[in-house]
Design a protein around this ligand. Sequence first.
Ligand SMILES: [Zn+2]
Length: 209
Amino acid sequence: MDDLVKFKPAATRAAPATRGRPSREEAEAAVRTLIAWAGDDPEREGLIDTPRRVVKSYEELFSGYGEDPNAALARVFKEVDGYADMVLVRDIPFVSHCEHHMAPFLGKANIGYYPRNGVVGLSKLARIVDTFAKRLQTQEAMTAQIAETVDDALKTRGVAVLVEAEHMCMSIRGVRKHGVSTTTTQFTGLFQGDSNEQMRFLTLLRGAR
Ligand SMILES: [Zn+2]
């Protein structure tokens, strides 16, 4: 019960170090346990180095826990010669892992915003997508976290985020449906509740393809 009360959404959740991070040896031992559970022999030649490799790849796949998404947006360019229309960054590729099965889900994120006090370098928006993707996620939470972070950092007039992804937990196990794409959207500011603005965002996204 206590645990439930302390649960926070991913955006504000602290790095796992606060709970006492297991050692690398403990993490490798856990992988050996899973190999044995799957029915194989973790000591055979082909698998002997696998726990080390898996733990190393986890460092990369889940590097988002060690990154501050706000840091990427700290540098705002204010000289935009009065540019006030929508800034749209399309097709930012990402790989994430669903928090229910720890299976990959991969796709593309699209971000549009109306600047108020300035803009950020376009690669920085890709960076924050990566930071949130490289955590255990739901697509819905990730979409909301991206929108919230861009909105907070840039004090925009509105942010629109659309994420499309295929979830391996659906395509390689369970219902085993390939090629099913899930779309999630999140709107803030002047996009929120304004179907014309939402439509403009979606039209610009499609038109530019
Ligand atoms: Zn899943």
